[in-house]
Write a protein that binds this ligand. Sequence first.
Ligand SMILES: Nc1ncnc2c1ncn2[C@@H]1O[C@H](COP(=O)(O)OP(=O)(O)O)[C@@H](O)[C@H]1O
Ligand SMILES: Nc1ccn([C@@H]2O[C@H](COP(=O)(O)OP(=O)(O)O)[C@@H](O)[C@H]2O)c(=O)n1
Length: 196
Amino acid sequence: MPFIIAIDGPAASGKGTIARALAAHFGFHHLDTGLLYRATGAKGGDPVAAALGLGPEDLGRDDLRSAAAGQAASRIAAIPEVRAALVDFQHRFAAQEPGAVLDGRDIGTVICPHAQVKLYVTASDDVRAARRAAELGADPAQMLAELRERDRRDTERATAPLRPAGDAVVLDTSTLSIDAAIADAIAAVARVRAEG
Ligand SMILES: Nc1ncnc2c1ncn2[C@@H]1O[C@H](COP(=O)(O)OP(=O)(O)O)[C@@H](O)[C@H]1O
Ligand SMILES: Nc1ccn([C@@H]2O[C@H](COP(=O)(O)OP(=O)(O)O)[C@@H](O)[C@H]2O)c(=O)n1
């Protein structure tokens, strides 16, 4: 059975950084599920058809990391039929041997509720805004407003809202360097692997 690591958390908390590092460390596959929603939103037209028809050219667009693409993603992500259209792809990805790391908003709660390890990565609003502002070369105050709007939409939607799974390990990266956050995450996964 493949080993699945589910990582969820709010915008710019460090999920992707940790997910990539865990996948490299353990030799697992990695899927940034946010990219599926960003590509669906960016494609335009009927969002359900866009989600069902996603191809490599959609996922390879170079404008998916922008704040505008994030906003568009969180709008279409609230549509239950869009989420349903993306489930199979995520399940097939998670079934790969020897294991997979998926990061997003509903991985531990909805997509992979039986994941062997669940992490909920978070950080203070100000820290997340500063990190994303540095990444995109944007204004921190503007980023703070953008992240808060998206987090509110992601948390308050009826279908698959952002929340920690009951059995998730919470990792607050506010005062952690990237290396320290990765080390904590590797230790959390190693604990479970040693038990099992
Ligand atoms: N612990 C950390 N300390 C400082 N910067 C970080 C840390 N974790 C991530 N970052 C940086 O913050 C930004 C957002 O991180 P990312 O992993 O993309 O978050 P998410 O996937 O949750 O949106 C990136 O520029 C990343 O390099
Ligand atoms: N599993 C997921 C992943 C992303 N999303 C949506 O897609 C948007 C973009 O996700 P992302 O992970 O790329 O965003 P960041 O955390 O990198 O800013 C989120 O704000 C959510 O609305 C989701 O609903 N479910």
